[in-house]
Ligand binder design. Sequence first.
Ligand SMILES: Nc1ncnc2c1ncn2[C@@H]1O[C@H](COP(=O)(O)OP(=O)(O)OP(=O)(O)O)[C@@H](O)[C@H]1O
Ligand SMILES: [Mg+2]
Length: 248
Amino acid sequence: MAPALELKGVTKRFGEKVAVDDLTLSIEPGSFLGLVGRNGAGKSTTLKMATSLVEPTSGSITVLGHDLRHDSLAARRLMGVMPEDMALLELLTGAQYLHFVGRMYGLEDAEIDKRGAELFDTLDLKPGTRTLVADYSFGMKKKLALCAALIHGPKLLFLDEPFEGIDAITNRTIKDILLALQAKGVTLVLTSHILEVVEKLCPLIAIIDEGKLKGFGTFDELRQGGESLESLFVNLVGGAPRGGLSWL
Ligand SMILES: Nc1ncnc2c1ncn2[C@@H]1O[C@H](COP(=O)(O)OP(=O)(O)OP(=O)(O)O)[C@@H](O)[C@H]1O
Ligand SMILES: [Mg+2]
């Protein structure tokens, strides 16, 4: 069976900056991968390349057997994406936005309405029917972005910081949704700075630093002894905690 996601020697440069540096990584269908790393480590850039939003400078990426260089449309049909900046259309209402996304995936209007109502209800998303996305709170936008990523029933779901700015109740709902998807064989890739969440939720973990893969495996494979993911992370990416600003 083709890997769900395979990156081979993937590099992304922005001018002088090497955001992702010769990254090679492969995950099987049904995997649940948590991508962790410091700010600026290259996580979002990796996700953007895997979802065909950004083109690698070099290297190759295949998604469920589709090479993104030649066959990205077929790959994108199978994916759901919640990008870092959410990329919503702010001058639509939430329902209009879901129709826009659902139609792109070829769903009928009645089916979009049905799935949209179920998603809004499950995620406790209750905007006014005429409220524009621009006027949603940050967490509401995040929820809408998740609805849009799920509406077509993706085989592979990429979520960039799905728990950022989300209330504690919805946090649990989202975790339950992800675990239910995993049980159905959907491949999941998320980034998060909340290491306790990654440790508990993601059977597979990749640690990225300065665009390079510093660790990859199950939590048990990665940890040496009884370490938490946090202490493992600090050991791998280094850097003593700093404090004490000179003028304060
Ligand atoms: N479009 C761009 N133009 C120039 N530099 C970029 C661009 N996108 C990303 N970078 C740079 O690439 C590096 C990696 O950025 P990236 O957004 O992938 O980090 P990240 O791991 O997602 O960080 P964070 O945890 O803060 O979200 C950073 O140094 C960033 O400034
Ligand atoms: Mg990021």
